[in-house]
Structure formats: C-alpha cells, structure tokens
Design a protein around this ligand. Structure first.
Ligand code: IPE
Ligand code: IPE
Ligand code: MG
Length: 257
C-alpha cells in the first residue's frame, strides 16, 4: 500500500547490537550477527508499505575506532551476508546501493559490494542503500573539494554553486532526501549520518535495540510519520494527516517502546 503519507525514503541508524549481546552475556559480535538477521524482515515490510528507499547505517567512518577484532568481525559479516543474500535480492527486485567512502574498506568487502550492486542494478521494487564506511562530514568535504576543483578549472563559476549542485555532488546524488529517520537503541544523536540530507526529515527515536526491531515496529513508525504535520518552515494547514486512522499502516500494531 502506498499513500501520500508513506515515507518514500526511510533512513535508519541501526544502533544497539552491542548492548543486545552484552545484556545476554554474549560477545558484542553475536549482537552484530543478530542485527544483520533483523534487516531482511524490515526491508521486506518497507517494500510492502510502498517505501522506495531504505538507507541503513551499517558502519560509520568513526567505527574504525573500535577494537580491531570487532571491526574485522563486522567486515567479515558484511562479506558473508552480501554473498548469502545476493540471489534473494535479485529475485525480490531489490537494488543495492553502497554509500560511503571506498578508502579503507577491505578489498573483499568492496568486491562483494561491487558484485552485488552490479547484479541488482535492475531492481525496481525498493533500493537498499548501505551506508558503509560512511561519515557525513567526510561526504560534504569530498563534495566541496570536487566543486572547488571545478570552479578552479573554470568549468563552473562560484555563482553556479547551488544547493542542487551540492546535493548532486554527494554520495546520495541519485536518491531522494529521507522523509523519516529512525534511530534505534535509545541514543538521541545523529552520529555523523546524512547531515545535509536529513534537513527536513521527521525523526523518531526508539528505545528498542536494533536486533529486536521488528517489521511491526517499522509499521508503527510509518504510522507515526503519517500523523506528523510537516511544515517545511511554513505554517500548519488542515491536512489529511488528521483524518488518517491510527494504525492504518499496520495490520498488527507493534507499537514503539
Ligand atoms: C550498531 O550497534 C552497529 C554498529 C555501529 C556497527 P552498536 O555496536 O553501536 O551497539 P551498541 O550501541 O554498542 O549497543
Ligand atoms: C552509529 O552508531 C553508527 C551505526 C549504527 C553504524 P554508533 O554506536 O557508532 O554511534 P555513537 O558512538 O553512539 O554515536
Ligand atoms: Mg552504538
């Protein structure tokens, strides 16, 4: 189902894997594995709801600061999951897109990403954008450097540096801005995620740890979004948002905690 109130692009900060594992007396990496397993059902529900892009924060440019063993386990998990899921993504018409810097990512990870991106390029049902080795400040800096180079070369003038040009110089050039940001795991911060693109996103913080985040939680978030009044700096007018029955996006109400 797609309604005018369905967010076209949902961005998620999948936080809480480590605490999920630690609260069970398990190593953090077990939490990452459980977190990876939580992705597919949420992605499928997003597609059913009519969401066109789901962007998942999978590894930040600051996550290199973690112990080497955890970083290595995350990279290995990424390779394993891409190889395992590729055929299913193709079959389900899901297009995979990588956003982030290639610099620093292990060759095997880049290889799996490149193969999966190429193999799923024809997917039309939903785009899964994986933010991997992603940092928003680095992204904006790279974009500004590319634009400055073009100005210095006389290719464009300073007056031609517009918001549209900046947007189209980011990793996300072919993606719409997110309508809804969900951060799981209880922290209320952006952690260097999509700082430019989230300018007018609705934000929802959930206390649920990512491995426990279910398709019904996604439904509840989409339903919450449908009842927000987005004014984009203008003033509120009577919108259809008020007439949408609560729970209209959810067959079963999961509810956000
Ligand atoms: C998010 O979960 C996953 C990554 C950053 C890779 P965390 O590993 O940050 O989990 P917590 O926040 O420590 O519980
Ligand atoms: C953000 O979570 C990055 C990802 C979910 C991949 P972090 O756990 O790394 O962020 P902080 O340290 O809480 O800001
Ligand atoms: Mg965290």
């Amino acid at each position: 189902m797609t309604t005018a109130e369905t967010p076209q692009h949902i961005a998620i900060i999948m936080d809480g894997n480590g605490r999920w594992a630690q609260s069970r007396g398990l190593p953090r990496v077990v939490g990452h594995r459980a977190g990876a397993a939580a992705i597919r059902p949420v992605l499928e529900r997003a597609e059913q709801l009519g969401v066109k892009v789901l962007t998942l924060y999978s590894f930040s440019s600051e996550n290199w600061n973690r112990p080497t063993a955890e970083v290595d386990a995350l990279m290995a998990l990424c390779c394993e999951k891409l190889a395992q899921e590729r055929a299913g993504l193709i079959e389900s018409g899901i297009r995979l897109r990588r956003i982030g810097s290639r610099t620093g990512l292990p060759a095997e990870v880049l290889r799996e990403l490149d193969i999966t991106e190429a193999a799923t390029a024809g997917g039309r049902n939903i785009t899964l954008a994986l933010a991997l080795n992603y940092g928003s400040r680095g992204e904006i800096t790279d974009a500004l450097r590319a634009i400055a180079t073009r100005v210095a070369a006389g290719e464009i003038t300073a007056a031609q540096v517009t918001e549209d040009l900046v947007s189209s110089s980011l990793y996300t050039s072919d993606l719409p801005d997110p309508d809804l940001l969900i951060r799981t795991g209880g922290q209320m911060r952006l952690s260097n995620y999509l700082l430019w693109q989230l300018s007018y996103a609705e934000i929802l913080f959930s206390n649920t740890l990512w491995p426990d985040f279910s398709p019904d939680d996604l439904c509840a978030a989409v339903d919450d979004f449908a009842h927000r009044k987005r004014t984009f700096g203008g003033i509120a007018t009577e919108t259809s948002a008020q007439s949408i029955p609560v729970g209209s996006h959810c067959v079963e109400q999961g509810g956000l905690s």
